[in-house]
Design a protein around this ligand. Structure first.
Ligand code: GRF
Length: 207
């Protein structure tokens, strides 16, 4: 059973999708600790309802980004987390986390990377007028929204769409894709090759 530490900042709908997938058996994993960069994030309540330990960090903790990242890395290690899952975490993950969990920090981004990086991926794609956007799950590295891409799903933008209807479809895709990717990790099917490209093995050749 893969042990996951989850980082959030907000509503935690992706966290909920992961909790639900663990509960219904489609994801062979367990969320061992949820850390939020905001103490009042609704996602913390979702975790508590599922009896998952939580830590809500205050703004003051982030006065030193280094100390905050050291604390986060330490707590996840103590909780036995094997992978760190960023689920709407609105801060950078710094060296202390990336070094403690090398190639084991995953992020979800609501656009098709490398397009529309940053905190407003859905809005930026909408404002640009693209006809196709989507969702990307990738390994996190020291640069924002970079790192080897694990999976992407396209989401079309229709004539009758509003930003709200587009947001809804993107979130629905996220909630399906994130647990699926985590299940690939849980079954040992994801690796990074010499070009730093992600390879996904077929089920029979899994380690
Ligand atoms: C998601 O759209 C995710 O892609 C982005 O932040 C949002 C988080 O939503 N990084 P939630 O907190 O999981 O509801």
């Amino acid at each position: 059973m893969l042990k996951l530490g989850v980082l959030i900042s907000g509503s935690g709908t992706n966290l909920q999708a992961i909790i639900d997938a663990c509960a219904n058996g489609t994801l062979d994993a367990e969320v061992v600790l949820v850390i939020s960069s905001k103490p009042d994030a609704y996602g913390l309540q979702r975790a508590q309802q599922a009896n998952i330990p939580t830590i809500g960090l205050t703004r003051e903790v982030y006065n030193s980004q280094l100390a905050a990242d050291q604390l986060i890395a330490e707590r996840f290690a103590q909780a036995g987390a094997e992978y760190i899952v960023m689920a709407g975490y609105m801060r950078m993950v710094g060296a202390p986390i990336l070094e403690a969990f090398p190639d084991k920090v995953i992020n979800i981004h609501p656009a098709l990377l490398p397009a529309f990086v940053g905190a407003h991926g859905i809005q930026d794609a909408w404002d640009y007028g693209v006809k196709v956007t989507g969702v990307t799950v990738h390994f996190a590295n020291a640069a924002y929204d970079e790192g080897p891409i694990i999976a992407q799903r396209a989401v079309e933008i229709y004539e009758h769409d509003s930003i709200e209807s587009l947001e809804q479809r993107i979130h629905a895709v996220e909630h399906e894709l994130y647990p699926q990717v985590l299940q690939l990790l849980a079954t040992g099917r994801i690796s990074i090759d010499e070009h730093r490209h992600v390879r996904i093995s077929n089920p029979n050749s899994a380690a």
